[in-house]
Write a protein that binds this ligand. Structure first.
Ligand code: 2DT
Length: 212
């Protein structure tokens, strides 16, 4: 008997859009409706590679820009066996950031093309659905002060937002834009409906390869 696979669902967006809150709520809602669901996040700061990344983000260490980009990508690749295993077991994965953040953040730095940034992540398990929590950078800034980690300035976030807009032109990825300026519950309702639909569709299809 073949088991129906789980769906790979990604939430993306600029900082302050509510991704982490919505990931938790989605996992909880799916579990309450009797579906197996787990959360993952990138960067996963718990691995050896993740600890290097975390120290860089906390500005405790400096890394050359290409190098840190490749570490972020490696941090996804090291999770691929686990991602595939969970999906095969029928577990739906709700992922807080993925390769899209990787590309949007590095390509917001001077001298990095989208293409160069995408390359290391080509062939990763392809998300069945990527929901972009849309919040204009002014509103994001109004949600309170940015933190003290690297990248947490409104000028940089504005450029990141533009890069996400460019990535969303790619129709090989199943993007859905969610208006994140609404209440947590309103946003959650949309995310839950879209996720339930994709879970039914994905279960009979093989997992794809990203950007290939
Ligand atoms: P949080 O842990 O608060 O989400 O912040 N980033 C993330 C990259 O530059 N490249 C990547 O591949 C990923 C996944 C976004 C993590 C910070 O790291 C950035 C914000």
């Amino acid at each position: 008997m073949s088991c129906r696979r789980g769906a790979l669902i990604v939430l993306e967006g600029v900082d302050r859009a509510g991704k982490t809150t919505q990931c938790h709520k989605l996992v909880q809602a799916l579990q309450q409706s009797g579906r197996a669901a787990e959360m993952m996040r990138f960067p996963d700061r718990t691995t050896k590679i993740g600890k290097l990344i975390s120290s860089y983000l906390e500005k405790k260490s400096n890394l050359e820009d290409h190098t840190v980009h490749l570490l972020f990508s490696a941090n996804r690749w090291e999770m691929v066996p686990l991602i595939k295993q969970k999906l095969e077991q029928g577990i739906n994965l709700v992922v807080d950031r993925y390769a899209f953040s990787g590309v949007a953040f590095t390509s917001a730095k001077p001298g990095f093309s989208l293409e160069w940034c995408m390359n290391p992540d080509v062939g990763l398990p392809k998300p069945d659905l990527v929901m972009f929590l849309q919040l204009n950078p002014n509103m994001a800034a109004n949600r309170g002060e940015y933190g003290i980690e690297r990248y947490e300035t409104s000028a940089f976030q504005r450029t990141v937002h533009q890069r996400f807009e460019q990535l969303m032109q790619d129709s090989s990825v199943n993007w859905k834009v969610i208006d994140a300026a609404r209440t947590i519950e309103e946003v959650h309702k949309d995310i839950k409906l879209l996720s339930e639909d994709i879970i039914s569709l994905a279960e009979n299809q093989p997992v794809g390869e990203l950007w290939r």
